[in-house]
Design a protein around this ligand. Structure first.
Ligand SMILES: *[C@@H]1O[C@H](CO)[C@@H](O)[C@H](O)[C@H]1NC(C)=O
Ligand SMILES: *[C@@H]1O[C@H](CO)[C@@H](O)[C@H](O)[C@H]1NC(C)=O
Ligand SMILES: *[C@@H]1O[C@H](CO)[C@@H](O)[C@H](O)[C@H]1NC(C)=O
Ligand SMILES: *[C@@H]1O[C@H](CO)[C@@H](O)[C@H](O)[C@H]1NC(C)=O
Ligand SMILES: *[C@@H]1O[C@H](CO)[C@@H](O)[C@H](O)[C@H]1NC(C)=O
Ligand SMILES: *[C@@H]1O[C@H](CO)[C@@H](O)[C@H](O)[C@H]1NC(C)=O
Ligand SMILES: *[C@@H]1O[C@H](CO)[C@@H](O)[C@H](O)[C@H]1NC(C)=O
Ligand SMILES: *[C@@H]1O[C@H](CO)[C@@H](O)[C@H](O)[C@H]1NC(C)=O
Ligand SMILES: *[C@@H]1O[C@H](CO)[C@@H](O)[C@H](O)[C@H]1NC(C)=O
Ligand SMILES: *[C@@H]1O[C@H](CO)[C@@H](O)[C@H](O)[C@H]1NC(C)=O
Length: 421
């Protein structure tokens, strides 16, 4: 009896273990959640691409590759099993991971796709296919640096859920900007490094209230920066550098107080002064106003920007009379004042010791006089992080015996370079 009892107990334990195993088994079967229609869509998608580096080797029709949710670059929803993200963003400068070929419309079978990232691949100068505009659940579309050219299809304007749109670094045009005017959910828009043929920045961008990052660098925009951009009070990054833009009335941008990155370099501000209101953008960490034909005195208000990390005022037509009002910029790590007129600032060397985090300081062509302090200040000073000090083309006497300068990478060459005049 005892034996039988024991046997039954053992048996029930065994059954329990077995049923556990079966449960586990059925769980892993449920994990194989790739939806066949989507798998077929990916196989067609791969078929139209040239994958010389075997980036997509995990994608295949073989039995052991059934689980497309495990294929490289693909992410499925845990709940529904639908593919929600296709991330084939590549880094071309590494020399690998470069897909060529064309985009298959089979992408439209991925009806739940919310992220499509194809940046850094090579679509051979073709146009962005119109059908992408029908992928209506897309929230993130990254086609930067992908060798697309020609007209941006109006159909992209149908993607009203888009949060991220990155078309940077291609060879794109937009004839009719208005067809993008409904992309009002955007929080990141990067159109940098294309050629928009001298057109104005479209005013409707000012109605994209969620916009946090707006990058229109080096894209052949011209004319007046629209006042409407001043409505973008959540804006964190505004990069308008390397265009042909003007700002007549900077006051209408005075509410951009969330900005942490502002680049207006290489435009033409017609010799006007740096707007004082920039000094009220308390979150600014990077301010680049290089080579934009600003003139006059650098406003003391910039000294209120105590979080500033990078300040580039180089190659304008500026003067600094009162260094003291800039002395609170103690977080600065990169500072370029090249060509700012500092002719009467014999204590300039003393002033820069107030910026303990400086890594790079450029004072090229500033008409700098010989400093009252000795360059030996570098031996003792708090400027322990400074590694690049550019002083070419000033009124400095060559200073060969500067001991502390030895810790600076580029200063010696600068100090011994020919004087101007
Ligand atoms: C799915 O679940 C796994 C494990 O819990 C988790 O790491 C992953 O982030 C989830 N994926 C999504 C898209 O929610
Ligand atoms: C594309 O843009 C993203 C930012 O949206 C960036 O992180 C990435 O490096 C860019 N890729 C290429 C290839 O430029
Ligand atoms: C873009 O594609 C064209 C046509 O295939 C090719 O000639 C060109 O080199 C490509 N550009 C880049 C930057 O890869
Ligand atoms: C998408 O946009 C195009 C051009 O702007 C338009 O002709 C078409 O009707 C739109 N399609 C949908 C589904 O809204
Ligand atoms: C915007 O795009 C350009 C060109 O691809 C890139 O160099 C830049 O880093 C991007 N800016 C941001 C803030 O992502
Ligand atoms: C900007 O676009 C205009 C008009 O198409 C063209 O004439 C000019 O060469 C372009 N400028 C640059 C820098 O590409
Ligand atoms: C946006 O800015 C413009 C010009 O500054 C202004 O006329 C307009 O009323 C603003 N729009 C909203 C919705 O605040
Ligand atoms: C900003 O700086 C100016 C000039 O240095 C000063 O008069 C002004 O009070 C400062 N503003 C604030 C809000 O601190
Ligand atoms: C430098 O000082 C001289 C003499 O005080 C003055 O005439 C000149 O305007 C000053 N230059 C600058 C750029 O401040
Ligand atoms: C460096 O510091 C030492 C000791 O504090 C001092 O004697 C010397 O004069 C200082 N040298 C310079 C160039 O400031």
């Amino acid at each position: 009896m005892m034996e039988i009892n024991r046997f039954i107990k053992l048996l029930s334990v065994l059954m329990f273990v077995l049923s556990l195993c079966m449960k586990l088994n059925s769980v892993s079967a449920a994990e194989a959640r790739c939806i066949e229609r989507e798998r077929q869509a990916f196989l067609k998608f791969k078929h139209d691409l040239v994958d010389a580096n075997g980036l997509l080797s995990s994608w295949g029709s073989e039995e052991d590759k059934r689980e497309c949710c495990k294929w490289k670059g693909i992410l499925c929803s845990n709940g529904t099993g639908h593919v929600i993200s296709l991330d084939l963003d590549a880094f071309p400068w590494s020399g690998h991971l470069l897909l060529k070929g064309k985009l298959s419309p089979s992408l439209l079978d991925l009806q739940h796709l919310n992220y499509l990232g194809l940046s850094g691949n090579d679509f051979g100068g073709s146009e962005i296919p119109r059908f992408i505009g029908s992928s209506k659940n897309l929230r993130h579309l990254k086609l930067n640096y992908s060798n697309f050219s020609g007209e941006v299809p109006c159909e992209l304007g149908n993607l009203t859920n888009l949060n991220t749109l990155d078309l940077g670094y291609n060879n794109l045009r937009i004839k009719n900007f208005d067809c993008l005017s409904h992309l009002s959910s955007l929080s990141y828009l990067n159109l940098s490094r294309n050629d928009f043929g001298g057109s104005e920045i479209p005013r409707f961008i000012g109605s994209f209230r969620n916009l946090r990052h707006l990058m229109l660098t080096d894209s052949n925009f011209s004319g007046e920066v629209p006042c409407e951009l001043g409505n973008l009070t959540n804006l964190n990054t505004l990069d308008l550098g390397y265009n042909n833009l003007r700002i007549k009335n900077f006051d209408c941008l005075s509410h951009l107080s969330s900005l942490s990155y502002l680049d207006l370099s290489r435009n033409d501000f017609g010799g006007s002064e740096i707007p004082r209101v920039i000094g009220s953008f308390r979150n600014l960490r990077h301010l680049m106003l290089r080579g934009s034909n600003f003139g006059g005195e650098v406003p003391c208000e910039l000294g209120n920007l105590t979080n500033l990390n990078t300040l580039d005022l180089g190659y304008n037509n500026l003067r600094i009379k009162n260094f003291d009002c800039l002395s609170h910029l103690s977080s600065l790590s990169h500072r370029d004042l090249s060509s700012v007129n500092l002719i009467n600032q014999t204590s300039w060397l003393h002033h820069i010791t107030r910026f303990p985090f400086l890594k790079k300081l450029s004072l090229i062509g500033c008409q700098l006089p010989n400093p009252v302090l000795s360059f030996d200040i570098f031996t003792n000073s708090s400027l322990s992080k400074l590694s690049i000090l550019e002083l070419n083309s000033n009124y400095l006497t060559p200073y060969p015996h500067c001991v502390g300068c030895l810790t600076l990478v580029q200063v010696l060459q600068a100090l011994t370079s020919p004087l101007i005049n």
